[in-house]
Design a protein around this ligand. Sequence first.
Ligand SMILES: [Zn+2]
Length: 134
Amino acid sequence: MRTAGPVPEFGYPGRMNENLPPCPKCSSEYTYEMNALMVCPECGNEWVAAEGTADDAGFSGERVVKDAVGNVLSDGDTVTVVKALKVKGSTSGIKAGTKVRNIRLVDGVDGHDIDCKIDGFGPMQLKSSVVKKA
Ligand SMILES: [Zn+2]
């Protein structure tokens, strides 16, 4: 015997949305939003929906860059390179004791936090650990 007739509609309050996350408790997909909460009609679980990832406020503000001996460096400082550095494309490299004027502190790749121009080499980035404030 077949039961004809309408399929019962579940009267879930709120709006169903395929993009909503499944219930963390029972994995039901029939979750819905109610006020600021996610609700699962299957197991009655209620939880706070994660709204994206918490903003990593990060280090955009005060960042202290120190030289090899712990002096705090700032934009415009003159520093001295404390050890010989290899430079790509150069056979001689940068010698220890090379003066670097007017440095700029940057958030460089791989710990290179000083942006500068070195006579004879041009613009490059150095690590603050290889310089000393002049
Ligand atoms: Zn559930």
